[in-house]
Ligand binder design. Structure first.
Ligand SMILES: NC(=O)c1ccc[n+]([C@@H]2O[C@H](COP(=O)([O-])OP(=O)(O)OC[C@H]3O[C@@H](n4cnc5c(N)ncnc54)[C@H](OP(=O)(O)O)[C@@H]3O)[C@@H](O)[C@H]2O)c1
Length: 370
């Protein structure tokens, strides 16, 4: 049977306890130190991934036991060495491809160096993540009765691998797209490169809060380690599609804004009867899109480097979307803040948004039909 490996890591201290229950009761500084000493290791076997073509595959989760901030703070060479060691565990297990989860795809050059130092094929899974994020954002727009052709969108993390491709796709679907991140030079360069290829008006800013205040559609794909979308900045009726892991949207949004729709952008229902033998925080049968891309390529026997580096090829986004459909991978139900987003919650958000727009006509300008 064909097999894949997928590199995972804890996204938070709570996650560390899921990985290592023995860490309970230890202080955060000690936990971080222990993680620094821990080598990569195989966490679990993934079984039961069965395509609708009948093909079945298996896989392994391999942990690079570092927190997001440690991926960014520790010496780059040391972090890269650990990721390469993790990828080589997949090779030793006989995997044909290894997927880079979370920050293992963010540090360094986003994959090429790992691919050069590992005998298996490598993918970040970003092509399918981009496809899933777009599907998810437009599903949210439909639910909130937003007409994309009249909408103003902001992509936070626009200069990144996922963000730049999403900005390009959105640029041909919405009226205005604002590129947001921290580095002004990279933003200006991207806006200049993108403008001739899209129908939307393209703007850019490092003032993320201000950009969010004007957006009907918000897509987050940053490598931030703390919240950057705050409840007070969201427009009534806005749709926020959150791709970033760890999440960028403040948890206060869940309690303070009942007139917006937040949805995780990359959750995919896996065909068959998948068992990850490990709880990474999603309901049974649901994987992240980057994991799903690794599975799809394994089902196809496409053991080649697929999504690598900062510039994602839009042709591959279309191709992987087609292959996902062939094998029966679909967008999962909406979810945010660790729970399902129900039709009742969406209906309430729509009604509350309409009421706020009536009460605050200045906030009403935008693409909503109510
Ligand atoms: N849900 C899924 O299935 C899935 C799959 C793959 C990846 N992801 C997640 O998607 C996110 C993006 O991944 P990527 O590979 O596209 O990363 P990337 O290429 O490194 O891009 C990161 C982007 O975020 C910006 N950024 C970084 N820190 C920021 C901050 N504090 N505030 C605002 N912007 C910031 C960067 O620009 P500046 O440095 O100029 O700010 C850049 O535009 C990550 O969180 C990753 O874990 C999720």
């Amino acid at each position: 049977m064909r097999t894949f490996g997928f590199l995972i890591h804890p996204l938070s201290f709570d996650d560390v306890l899921r990985f290592e229950p023995k860490a309970a009761g230890k202080g955060r500084p000690l936990i971080k130190k222990i993680l620094e000493w821990m080598p990569p290791y195989k966490v679990s076997d993934v079984t039961g991934v069965r395509s609708r073509t009948g093909e079945e595959i298996a896989g392994y989760f391999i942990a690079i036991p570092l927190l997001p901030e440690q991926f960014l703070e520790l010496p780059r060479a040391e972090v890269m060495d650990r990721i390469i060691r993790g990828a080589n565990i997949a090779a030793e297990l006989g995997c044909g491809i290894v997927g880079l989860g979370g920050f293992t795809a963010v540090v360094g050059d986003g994959g090429p160096t790992i691919a050069e130092n590992c005998p298996t094929a490598v993918t970040t899974g970003n092509s399918y993540t981009i496809a899933a994020a777009m599907q998810s954002l437009f599903r949210g727009a439909r639910e909130m009765e937003i007409d994309p052709a009249r909408a103003s969108a902001v992509v936070i993390g626009a200069t990144g691998s996922i963000g730049s491709a999403c900005a390009h796709i959105l640029g041909n679907r919405v009226a205005r797209v604002t590129l947001a991140a921290r580095n002004a030079t990279r933003l200006a360069k991207l806006a200049h490169a993108l403008a001739p290829h899209v129908s939307a008006t393209v703007g850019w800013t490092t003032d993320i809060a201000q950009a969010v205040r004007q957006a009907d559609l918000v897509l987050t794909a940053t490598a931030a380690t703390s919240s950057i979308v705050q409840p007070e900045d969201l427009k009534p009726g806005a749709v926020v599609c959150e791709v970033s892991l760890p999440h960028d949207v403040s948890r206060r949004v869940a309690t303070e804004r009942d007139d917006v729709l937040v949805t995780e952008g990359g959750n995919i229902r896996v065909p068959g009867n998948v068992d990850f033998h490990f709880d990474f925080g999603l309901p049974p049968g649901i994987a992240l899109a980057c994991m799903a891309e690794t599975m799809i390529l394994t089902l196809e026997g496409r053991f080649v480097n697929y999504s690598l580096g900062r510039g994602v090829n839009l042709e591959k986004v279309l191709e992987i979307e087609r292959l996902a459909d062939k094998h029966g991978f679909t967008l999962a139900g909406m979810r945010a803040f660790d729970r399902e987003v129900t039709p009742e919650m969406i209906a309430r958000a729509r009604e509350n948004a309409a009421a706020r727009r009536r009460a605050q006509p200045s906030a009403a300008a935008g693409a909503a039909s109510s």
